[in-house]
Write a protein that binds this ligand. Structure first.
Ligand SMILES: CC(C)CC(=O)SCCNC(=O)CCNC(=O)[C@H](O)C(C)(C)COP(=O)(O)OP(=O)(O)OC[C@H]1O[C@@H](n2cnc3c(N)ncnc32)[C@H](O)[C@@H]1OP(=O)(O)O
Ligand SMILES: Nc1ncnc2c1ncn2[C@@H]1O[C@H](COP(=O)(O)OP(=O)(O)OP(=O)(O)O)[C@@H](O)[C@H]1O
Ligand SMILES: O=C(O)CCC(=O)C(=O)O
Ligand SMILES: [Fe+2]
Ligand SMILES: [Mg+2]
Length: 336
C-alpha cells in the first residue's frame, strides 16, 4: 500500500535533513515530524508492543490490517464442524439468528449448510464463541481498542454459490451503520477466512483510507435480482472508486475499522465460502440515541424483526438489543 502524500513528503524532508545534520531547521523539522507521526498514530491505534511501526502506520492510513496465518487450522476445523452441527439441527443455540439467502429463502427447507448463508449472534455457543476469546485475536484487538474488550457482534458467513441473481454479493457498507455505540475508533472487527477466499468465491473488497471519512447514508442498493434483508449499502456508491480485493488463506485474519467501506463480491464457485467474524468494542464505549441520524432506518428494521420474533413491544430499545448480546472477553465492562 502507498503511504499518504504528506507523510511521504515528510519522509523525504527528514532524509534530506539527515544529510545536513547541523542547524535549528533540522531540530524544528524533526520535532514537527514526530509530532505529526504521533498524532497520526494516536488516532486509530494505541501504544502497544505487538504491532510494528509499519503495521501501525498501515492501519492508521488504510483502516485495516491483514495478519496472515493467525488462527490455527485445528481451530478453524472445529468451528466448521460446529457450524455443520447447527445446520443439521443437531444442536439448538439460544439467540442464534440463521439466515438463508434471499434467493432460496422461500424455497423448500433442507437441514444442511446449503440452506444457511450465515449465522449471527452465536455468543451462547461455547465452541463458536471460543473464536471471540482466542488470545491471539485479543492481543491484536487490544492494540486498536484497549484492554477492556466486549464481543458485541458475532457472525459465521457461509456465502452460497450465487443462484444466478447476484444476491450472494454484500453491498459496500460501513459496519458502524449498525452500531448505536461510540466512540467509533474504539470499535474493531476481526474477520478470519475459514478457507481460501479469493475473487472467484467473493472475497472482501475494501476502499483503503475510507475510515477517515464520516458515516454515510445507507439504503438498499437497487439490484434487480434482489438484496438480502438488512444488507444496506452506502447510498450513491461510486463503482469507479479504487478498491482492493483482500485475497486470504485459511486462518488469515483482517482487522478493520467500523468506518472502512467494504463489501464482498459474488460467489462464482460451487463451494460455500466461509468466514468467521467478531466485532469488538471497548468496555468504556457508551450507547447513543440514533434518532434523527442516518442510522434511524436500520434501527427501525431491527425493531420490526425483534417484535416479530419475540412478540415484545416498544419497551425493548435498539440499545438493549446490543447490551443483551454483548459479552465481556477481557478486562472490565464499564459502560456497555
Ligand atoms: C456489522 C454487521 C452488524 C453487519 C450485518 O450484520 S449486515 C446484515 C444484517 N443482517 C441481519 O441482521 C440478518 C437479519 N436476518 C434475519 O433476522 C432473518 O434471517 C430474517 C430475515 C428475519 C428471516 O428470519 P427467518 O427466521 O428465516 O424468518 P422467516 O422464514 O419467517 O422469514 C421472514 C420473512 O423474511 C423473508 N426472508 C428470509 N430470509 C430473507 C433474506 N435473506 N432476505 C430477505 N428476506 C428474507 C422471508 O421470505 C419472510 O418473508 P415473508 O414471507 O414474511 O414475506
Ligand atoms: N451499486 C452498488 N452498491 C453497493 N455496493 C456495490 C454496488 N455494486 C457493486 N457493489 C459491491 O462492490 C463489491 C465488488 O463487487 P463485484 O464482485 O461484483 O465486483 P468485482 O470486484 O468487479 O467482481 P469480479 O471479481 O467478479 O470482477 C461487492 O462488495 C459488491 O457488492
Ligand atoms: O463476509 C462477508 O461477505 C462480509 C460481511 C460483512 O461485511 C458484514 O456482514 O458486515
Ligand atoms: Fe461489514
Ligand atoms: Mg466479484
Amino acid at each position: 500500500q502507498k503511504m499518504s502524500r504528506p507523510l511521504e513528503r515528510l519522509r523525504v524532508i527528514i532524509n534530506h535533513l539527515d544529510r545536513h545534520p547541523a542547524g535549528i531547521a533540522r531540530q524544528a523539522f524533526l520535532f514537527l515530524f514526530y509530532y505529526f507521526f504521533f498524532f497520526q498514530f494516536g488516532r486509530y491505534t494505541l501504544d502497544n508492543d505487538l504491532l510494528t511501526p509499519e503495521q501501525r502506520l498501515f492501519y492508521e492510513e488504510n483502516g485495516f490490517l491483514l495478519i496472515r496465518n493467525l488462527v490455527s487450522k485445528q481451530d478453524i476445523d472445529r468451528f466448521r464442524r460446529e457450524f455443520e452441527r447447527i445446520c443439521r439441527q443437531e444442536i439448538k443455540v439460544p439467540g442464534l439468528v440463521v439466515m438463508r439467502d434471499v434467493a432460496i429463502a422461500k424455497s423448500e427447507f433442507v437441514p444442511d449448510q446449503r440452506a444457511v448463508s450465515k449465522v449471527q449472534d452465536f455468543q451462547e455457543d461455547p465452541e463458536l464463541f471460543r473464536y471471540c476469546s482466542l488470545p491471539k485475536i485479543l492481543k491484536y484487538v487490544e492494540c486498536f481498542i484497549g484492554p477492556n474488550i466486549m464481543a458485541m457482534h458475532t457472525m459465521l458467513i457461509n456465502k452460497p454459490p450465487d443462484a444466478g441473481k447476484k444476491t450472494s454479493r454484500h453491498p459496500m457498507h460501513q459496519d458502524l451503520h449498525y452500531f448505536p455505540f461510540r466512540p467509533v475508533d474504539r470499535i474493531v472487527c476481526a474477520w478470519t477466512a475459514m478457507e481460501t477466499v479469493n475473487r472467484q468465491n467473493g472475497c472482501l473488497v475494501v476502499l483503503p483510507g475510507s475510515h477517515k471519512g464520516t458515516l454515510q447514508e445507507h439504503d438498499y442498493p437497487e439490484w434487480e435480482g434482489g438484496v438480502n434483508k438488512m444488507y444496506h449499502g452506502v447510498r450513491d456508491y461510486d463503482p469507479e472508486h479504487p478498491r482492493v480485493h483482500l485475497e486470504m488463506e485459511k486462518g488469515d485474519t483482517v482487522f478493520f475499522h467500523p468506518l472502512l467501506i467494504h463489501g464482498s463480491g459474488m460467489n462464482q464457485t460451487q463451494g460455500f465460502r466461509k468466514a468467521i467474524s467478531c466485532h469488538y468494542a471497548s468496555g468504556d464505549c457508551y450507547y447513543i440515541d440514533v434518532k434523527g441520524t442516518t442510522q434511524e432506518n436500520i434501527e427501525k428494521e431491527v425493531k420490526e424483526i425483534i417484535v416479530r420474533r419475540h412478540a415484545v413491544g416498544d419497551e425493548l430499545t435498539f440499545k438493549d438489543t446490543w447490551a443483551i448480546r454483548g459479552r465481556l472477553v477481557q478486562g472490565e465492562r464499564i459502560s456497555m
